[in-house]
Design a protein around this ligand. Sequence first.
Ligand code: PGA
Length: 250
Amino acid sequence: MNQRKKLVVGNWKMNGNKASLAEAQTMAAGAASVSPFADLAICPPATLAGWLADTLKDTGVALGGQNCHTEARGAFTGDISAEMWADLGARYVIVGHSERREYHGETDAIVAAKAAAAARAGLEAIICVGESLGQRDAGEALQVVGGQLAASIPDAIAAKPFVVAYEPVWAIGTGRTPTAAQVAEMHAAIRDGLRARIGKAAETCKVLYGGSVKPENARELMHVENVDGALVGGASLKAADFLAIAQACS
Ligand code: PGA
């Protein structure tokens, strides 16, 4: 029996400005109505993080970062450490999003170091994995994601809470989603990979699905076996859509 409560995380990416705080307030106000079956988190751009930390404080919506540096502090212009996110009151930090892997050259080793940094700072890393369309078409999806997963989970994290997000690259921002059967197959493989890596803790580790999750497809995707919530990009910018996705977890 799956006892894992669903988690719906909004990844605002490089979107939003001060006007978005009203959306966050609406999300916070709606959190109580979904709290019996879904926890919520928002990962805003750094410019809004301070304001959101205040807006979300003591509400049912947690704060998360979209990325972190491997080091705790130092001469790394433009970077933010996991400790800084923790200092702000964040609970989560996304590491290894495919956009970071692709546009910033982040390897599995770098992702693992960032996940270790998150654990060091007391945060839950949301470790992202996912295959490209070419890899899916070549029948390599399970192998690619299994390899990413094994190499992106550092030893330091094994005894601590963390989250995995399966995001097929070809489903991100495209409106395309895998079939429920494809999601079920991948999430079962990820659960097995976690069992091999962290043993019994794999049963409580949340494995989110991400990639074009919308209110219209959320109910089906969120009820696939081994899917413990969603990592939502575009549809997390509007409170009504974000809350509707969380509602679909019921
Ligand atoms: P999307 O993005 O929901 O806009 O497809 C998901 C993500 O990249 O986390």
